[in-house]
Design a protein around this ligand. Structure first.
Ligand code: SAM
Length: 284
């Protein structure tokens, strides 16, 4: 019988957050795959766990996954831990999960600390609808594309960021999200640690805050989504200056068929579809 892959969440700063269930799993599994073995050995020693350890990181994530899957096929159970938090969230865990599913290996998750959810709960922002973006891409073209897609995002947005990139990211967010009132942001750092800090502020004010101070520690940024009413107000402004045929053409250009486009234009203008039809006939 095949073994299984167990995703084990580890503390993001406070060792008290290690769950008894995960400790038991790490004690009893056949092999622990860790993102940074030097880092994880300290954690495992602290809990007196001496299970064999192997490395699984960004630079061996595909070929090592094949070798771990082969071991699971032989019946070994593998526990995956990453540097901190929940494996597969902005770390190399994602790919091995996919490969195990494709190989028919059972994957189970032992939940625990996760930086993005911890930050979201502390943000004071809308927690019902949120989007997790992880780290913004470093490459300009990819980064601009993501920032552009965030412009009209109405859900709360969560980003990870390292301290040495924080100022640049705040500047980029300020440019990308400039429409409308100043956006609220929660800057969450050193979560679960002694010097945990959550700064509830705006993007503009946070830029000023770090003008004369270097950011320290790992950050999660939780940003208010765009007010949907503002978007509909802008949409209205767009079609108000259009003729009826231009208005209908706008919706056709967005992929609607002509009937749907006429219905949408009629709804915008608060008139019947018949009115739109006769206006189009007159405009001809
Ligand atoms: N898989 C982990 C998770 O979701 O919990 C995250 C791994 S990712 C490589 C590391 C990033 O998580 C950091 O750069 C930071 O943005 C965030 N992070 C991790 N621990 C944190 C903490 N204690 N306080 C604030 N942010 C943290």
């Amino acid at each position: 019988m095949s073994g299984i892959l167990q995703l084990c969440a580890t503390p993001i700063g406070n060792l008290g957050d290690m769950s008894p269930r995960i400790l038991e799993c790490l004690q009893n599994t056949d092999l622990i795959a860790a993102e940074d073995t030097r880092n994880s050995i300290k954690l495992l020693n602290h809990f007196d766990i001496h299970t064999p350890l192997t490395s699984y990181h960004e630079f061996n994530k595909v070929e090592k996954a094949y070798s771990l899957i082969a071991q699971m096929r032989e019946g070994k159970n593998v526990a995956l831990i990453t540097d901190a938090g929940t494996p597969a969230i902005s770390d190399p865990g994602e790919i091995i999960v996919r490969m195990c599913i494709e190989a028919g290996i059972t994957v189970t998750s032992l939940p625990g600390p996760c930086a993005c959810i911890t930050a979201l709960t502390l943000s004071g922002l809308d927690t019902r609808r949120f989007v997790f973006e992880g780290f913004l891409p470093r490459e300009k073209k990819d980064r601009d594309k993501v920032l552009k897609s965030l412009e009209s995002e109405t859900r709360t947005m969560i980003l990870y960021e390292a301290p040495h990139h924080l100022k640049e990211t705040l500047d980029d967010l300020s440019t990308a999200l400039k429409e409308g009132p100043e956006r609220k942001i929660a800057l969450c750092r050193e979560l679960t640690k002694k010097f945990e800090e959550v700064l509830h502020t705006t993007i503009g004010a946070s830029i000023l805050r770090y003008e004369n101070e270097d950011p320290r520690g790992e950050y999660v940024l939780v940003i208010e989504g765009r007010n949907p009413e503002m978007i509909s107000a802008e949409e209205a402004a767009v079609w108000e200056s259009m003729s009826i045929s231009e208005h209908v053409a706008m919706y056709v250009g967005r992929g609607m068929d002509r009937k749907e486009a006429m219905k949408a234009a009629a709804a915008d203008r608060g008139v019947s579809k018949r009115d739109i039809y006769s206006a189009l006939e007159k405009e001809k």
